[in-house]
Design a binder for this molecule. Structure first.
Ligand SMILES: [Zn+2]
Length: 81
């Protein structure tokens, strides 16, 4: 997978940059940091403990943070930009 991504983008940090969205804070959680199950607000499916994902909240409103699948958030970023 990493090989494919580097072929497509040429940078190892592509994922991070793809997931930025103006007005939102995005924090990456790797599998080891994911210690609880969450529900993804986009697809409604489980973000399982141990699964790398992102935590997203409107800037300055950390109380509204949500845990998203990476692919779901990436689609949201694309929809919004
Ligand atoms: Zn999802």
């Amino acid at each position: 997978m990493r090989d494919v991504e580097s072929l497509l983008g040429g940078r190892s940090t592509d994922d991070d940059e793809d997931l930025e969205l103006a007005g939102y804070e995005v924090r990456h959680v790797d599998g080891q940091g994911a210690t609880k199950d969450y529900l993804c607000p986009d697809c409604g499916n489980l973000v399982a403990a141990g699964e790398g994902h992102v935590v997203v909240w409107p800037s300055g409103e950390a109380d509204l943070r949500r845990h998203w699948h990476r692919h779901c958030w990436r689609l949201e970023v694309r929809r919004s930009s």
